[in-house]
Ligand binder design. Structure first.
Ligand code: ADP
Ligand code: MG
Length: 685
C-alpha cells in the first residue's frame, strides 16, 4: 500500500489523513490501516430509533427529534445555554449545555429541528438532557440502519473523526489470516464479518451479548489475539532454542553429597521439580525455568541443588533475592552447607562497604567464588563473573522484566531458574509466562501444622494483646505486622515506631523488637538475628518481612489493617507462620466499615490457605493486568480476551499455535504480523 500525499505530508494510512489527525491517532497506537480496523468500539449506541419525549424515563439513554421552542443563556448558578424543545408528540424536554461556543447559540434558533442523544435526567423543571450529542435534522433525515459505535479515544479526537477514518479503513475487504476449514472446526466466524459486526452492528444485534463479549464476533477476535500471543511466545521460545550455552550435565557428586547431609528427604514434589530442572541444565540451550511453589514448600533446597550442579561442572552460580534480608538469609543458611562441600561463597550487596564489595567482585571475577549471593546489586554493578553458568532469582515476581533483561546482558546467556511463591494461575502461566518452562512444587513438607486464620475487628485489639502475651510467655514467638501506608513512607515508619512504643507499654513483660525498611542493613540483620535466636518475643514489622523470612518458632502473626492489603501480600505474610510444629495462627485485624473489595479479599484469605486458589481468586477480583503488577508492564496486554472468561479459547489457541508453527509457519507469521505488527518482540524476554 502506498501512502497518498496531501499537503506534502505522507499519511501512514492507505488514504489521506491530515498530519494533525495522524498525530492524534498515533497517540492511540493507530498507525496502520490494520490498527484502525482493530480499533474496536468500547460500546454502541442505538440511534436507529426515535423515542417520543412522552415515553422517556429518567436514567434512559435515548434519541429524540425535537424542535427548539426557546433558547437562552442563563447566568445563575453559572453560565449555561438552556433550550426548551418540543417533539411531534407534544412532549417537552429541557436541554442544558454548560460548555458552549457562540456558534452554539447561533445554531439553536427557535424553529430549528435537531436530534438529541443522551441520558435523561429528572431535572428541577421536568425531564432534561445535559450535554446531549446532537445533529441537525429534518423529518426526512434517514435514521442509521445499524448501531453507532463509540470508540476509545483521546483528548481532542472526536467520535465523528474517528468513525470516519475507521470506516475508511474498513472499505477494503479484510483478509482472513486463518483458513476457512480451521475456522469451521473451531466454530468461529470469518474475520471480515466479525470485525464489521463489531464496528457496525446491525440494528437488531443483541447489544447485551456484544457488551458482555459473548457474541461470536468477539470470540473470534479474542481467539485471534490469544493465538497471536501464543505464536509470538512460542517463537521466543524457539529463538531461545537457537541460543547456545554451556551444558551442565548432572555429575551426581556435589548434589548427592548435599542431599545426604540434609536432615530431611525431599518431598515427592521437590523431587519431581528437581528431575525436571536437572536434565534441563544439561541442555546446550539456556534454561529459562520458573519454579513455583507455595510459601514454605521448600524451593530453596531445589535451587541449591541447581547451584551445585553448575559448580560440579566448574561454573559459577549466582543466587539473587529481591531484598537484603532475604538475600542474607539465603547466604547465611546455604553458605555453611556449601562450604562443608568444599565450595567458596561470596556475598555482594548494595549496602556493603566499598572495600568488601570490591574484594568480593575480585574473587568473583577471578573465579575464586563458586556461588555468589546477593541482591539486585549483582547486576546493577559493573562487576563481572569469571564463568557464570546459572542464575537463581528468588521471588521472581519482585523483579521487573527490565531487571531480568539487564541480567541477561551480563556476559553470555547463563541458565536461569526463577522462583516464585506467588503461584501463577494456570491461565496466566499459559499466556504471559508461556515462554518459560514451569516446574511446580505442589506439596508442603510433612509435619507442618495448618494455620488457623482469624478475622478480628480492631475493636477487640485488647483480646488479641492478651493472646499474644500468652503465646509468647509459653515460649512461642509472634510477628506483629503494621498497617501498610502506601501513600507515605514517612507515615509508614511513624506508624511502625508508634506501634512498637504502644506494644512495649502494653506488654512490659515481653522483649519487643522492631524492623522496618528504613533501618540500616546491619541493624535490620541484628534484629532478625535476635528474633531467630529467640531473644525477641514479639517482632513488630512493616511488610519487609513479607518474603522469605524463616523462623519456625514464630507461630502467631497479627496483621493490623488487614483490609488494606492485597491477597498475595496477605498470603505471603501468613506464610511466615506455620513453619514449625507449634499450632499456628494468623489474626487479621480489620477496621470497619469494610469496602466490598476488602470484604471479598478477607473472605478468600479466611477460607483458603492454598496459594493457587488464592491467586485464582485474586485474578478474579483484580484482573490479570494488576496481578502481573506494573513491574511487568512490558508485557503486551490483552485487549479482547479475558483469561478467566476465555479459558477454552486460550486452550484452543495454544493447541493451534503448536500445530500452526510446525506445519504452516507462513500462516503463523502472517497472523502475528497482523496482530502485533512491530511489537511482537515484547512478548519474549
Ligand atoms: P520457600 O519455598 O517458601 O522458599 P523454603 O525453601 O524457605 O520455602 O523452605 C521452608 C522450610 O522448609 C525451610 O525451613 C526448609 O529447611 C524446610 N524444608 C524444605 N524442604 C523440606 C523437606 N523436604 N522436608 C522438611 N523440611 C523441608
Ligand atoms: Mg523462599
Amino acid at each position: 500500500m502506498k501512502a497518498e500525499k496531501k499537503n506534502g505530508a505522507a499519511s501512514p494510512f492507505s488514504f489521506p489523513v491530515s498530519p494533525a489527525l495522524t498525530v492524534k491517532l498515533a497517540k492511540l497506537g493507530l498507525t496502520r490501516d490494520a490498527d484502525l480496523v482493530l480499533h474496536i468500539p468500547l460500546r454502541w449506541e442505538d440511534e436507529t430509533r426515535l423515542t417520543p419525549i412522552r415515553d422517556l424515563l429518567p436514567g434512559d439513554t435515548a434519541q429524540v427529534q425535537a424542535t427548539v421552542t426557546e433558547a437562552a443563556i442563563a447566568y445563575r448558578p453559572r453560565r449555561m445555554l438552556t433550550l426548551s424543545v418540543r417533539d411531534a408528540g407534544g412532549g417537552v424536554l429541557g436541554i442544558r449545555f454548560l460548555h458552549f461556543y457562540p456558534s452554539h447559540s447561533k445554531l439553536f434558533q427557535p424553529g430549528e429541528t435537531f436530534r438529541f442523544i443522551g441520558e435523561i435526567r429528572g431535572g428541577f423543571l421536568g425531564l432534561e438532557m445535559v450535554h446531549p450529542r446532537f445533529v441537525k435534522a429534518g423529518d426526512d433525515t434517514p435514521l442509521p440502519s445499524g448501531l453507532t459505535p463509540v470508540y476509545p479515544t483521546t483528548a481532542g479526537l472526536g467520535q465523528a473523526a474517528l468513525r470516519k477514518v475507521v470506516a475508511r479503513a474498513l472499505e477494503a475487504p479484510i483478509e482472513d489470516t486463518l483458513p476457512a476449514n480451521w475456522l469451521s472446526k473451531l466454530q468461529l466466524p470469518a474475520l471480515d464479518t466479525s470485525i464489521r459486526t463489531l464496528h457496525q452492528p446491525p440494528a437488531d444485534a443483541a447489544l447485551a451479548e456484544l457488551d458482555a463479549h459473548r457474541h461470536p464476533a468477539w470470540q473470534r477476535l479474542a481467539f485471534d489475539e490469544l493465538l497471536a500471543q501464543q505464536l509470538s511466545l512460542a517463537a521466543a521460545r524457539a529463538q531461545r532454542r537457537t541460543l547456545t550455552t554451556q551444558p551442565l550435565p548432572a555429575q551426581q557428586r556435589l548434589t548427592a553429597d548435599f542431599l545426604s547431609t540434609l536432615p530431611f528427604a525431599l518431598t515427592a514434589a521437590q523431587q519431581r521439580a528437581w528431575e525436571e530442572i536437572s536434565p534441563d541444565l544439561a541442555q546446550p540451550h539456556p534454561m529459562r525455568r520458573l519454579l513455583q511453589g507455595d510459601v514454605g514448600s521448600g524451593k530453596t533446597v531445589v535451587a541449591a541443588l541447581a547451584c551445585l550442579q553448575a559448580v560440579e561442572n566448574g561454573l559459577q552460580a549466582a543466587f539473587m533475592a529481591p531484598t537484603e534480608i532475604l538475600a542474607e538469609q539465603h547466604a547465611k543458611k546455604l553458605t555453611p552447607l556449601f562450604e562443608s562441600l568444599g565450595l567458596r561463597c561470596a556475598w555482594i550487596s548494595g549496602s556493603q562497604r566499598k572495600s568488601a564489595r570490591t574484594a568480593a567482585w575480585q574473587a568473583v571475577a577471578a573465579g575464586e567464588a563458586d556461588v555468589v549471593f546477593g541482591t539486585h546489586a549483582l547486576f546493577q554493578e559493573a562487576g563481572s563473573f569469571r564463568n557464570l553458568g546459572l542464575v537463581v532469582v528468588d521471588e521472581q515476581h519482585r523483579f521487573g522484566v527490565g531487571q531480568r533483561l539487564a541480567l541477561m546482558q551480563k556476559g553470555s546467556e547463563p541458565h536461569q531458574l526463577m522462583m516464585s511463591a506467588t503461584p501463577i494461575p494456570r491461565t496466566l502461566a499459559m499466556s504471559f509466562f508461556a515462554d518459560l518452562d514451569v516446574s511446580t512444587i505442589d506439596e508442603l513438607p510433612p509435619g507442618r501444622t495448618p494455620i488457623v486464620t482469624k478475622l478480628v475487628s480492631a475493636a477487640r485489639r485488647d483480646d488479641v494483646l492478651a493472646r499474644v502475651r500468652e503465646a509468647c510467655l509459653e515460649g512461642g514467638q509472634t510477628y506483629w505486622v503494621c498497617p501498610l501506608i502506601e501513600e507515605s513512607e514517612k507515615l509508614q515508619l511513624q506508624t511502625a515506631e508508634d506501634t512498637h512504643a504502644a506494644l512495649t507499654a502494653q506488654l512490659p513483660e515481653l522483649n519487643i523488637g522492631l524492623v522496618h525498611g528504613r533501618l540500616k542493613p546491619a541493624e535490620k540483620q541484628a534484629v532478625m538475628d535476635a528474633f531467630q535466636a529467640g531473644d525477641i518475643h514479639l517482632l513488630v514489622a512493616t511488610t519487609v518481612i513479607e518474603v522469605g523470612v524463616d523462623v519456625p518458632n514464630a507461630a502467631l502473626m497479627v496483621i493490623e489493617h488487614a483490609e488494606r492489603m492485597g491477597l498475595a501480600q496477605l498470603h505471603q505474610l501468613r506464610g511466615r507462620v506455620g513453619r514449625g510444629s507449634r499450632e499456628s495462627a494468623c489474626v487479621l485485624l480489620f477496621e470497619t466499615p469494610l469496602s466490598e473489595l476488602a470484604r471479598a479479599r478477607l473472605k478468600v484469605i479466611f477460607e483458603s490457605t492454598d496459594g493457587f486458589e488464592i491467586a485464582r481468586q485474586d485474578l478474579l477480583l483484580r484482573g490479570p493486568g494488576e496481578l502481573l503488577g506494573h513491574r511487568q508492564s512490558g508485557l503486551p496486554m490483552l485487549r479482547f480476551a479475558d483469561l478467566e472468561r476465555d479459558v477454552e479459547l486460550l486452550e484452543a489457541a495454544r493447541e493451534l499455535a503448536q500445530r500452526c508453527l510446525k506445519q504452516h509457519p507462513e500462516i503463523a507469521a502472517r497472523h502475528v504480523e497482523r496482530w502485533l505488527g512491530g511489537r511482537q518482540g515484547l512478548a519474549g524476554s
